[in-house]
Design a protein around this ligand. Sequence first.
Ligand code: 5RP
Length: 228
Amino acid sequence: MSVNVKQLAAEKAVEYVQDGMKVGLGTGSTAYWAIRKLGERVQQGLKITAVATSRASEDQARELGIPLVAFGDIDSLDLTIDGADELDGDLQLIKGGGGALLREKIVAMGSTRMIVVADESKAVQTLGKFPLPVEIVPFAWEWTIAKLAMLGCNPELRRSGDELYKTDNGNYIADCRFEVIASAPELALSLQGISGVVDHGLFIGIASMAIIGKNDGSIEIIEGETHL
Ligand code: 5RP
């Protein structure tokens, strides 16, 4: 039987959740397994409150009976568990493949710890093969795309069937193919300088640990620093 490496990594991360914690719930097919395991533990008596990074994760948590709170009702989170599209050895990430990067970043940055859960295909030497998702406002998107292209990528507006894809916040996503991102911090600064950009999928200095599920059934843990 083949190993479900996403499930392996996600369930390991859930072991770090303790009674009384306020937990951020990520988005995507790896975070799905973490939320599922968390639901099981809640049904066995674990006491937590959670916030979700997307409607999909919120719906899943609600169905499993995980108590959800509004952001306004808490001022910080203890731990967020979320997936990534790419991660390097310094715990720099590309996120946003599922389109939830803005909420994911707000939640992760409001958490004392963020654990990234991923299968080994996501671990890379240098970020950039995965097109970097950049959330942009619909207003004057053509200008924003042109400015993104000047950073050396090939931006494409994400589509959902015949329509332009819209995030949970009503914005567009430009997927920016860089191939190699030599300096993620420098690129992050350049992106922040473009006025139509709401946020981008580079997570730098945010994740405190990565749990990587491997095809042979083992788990690799990369530890970083807790950022708050
Ligand atoms: C969603 C994300 C996801 O965490 C990322 O796309 C990884 O997803 P998956 O676990 O399905 O591979 O950033 O915006």
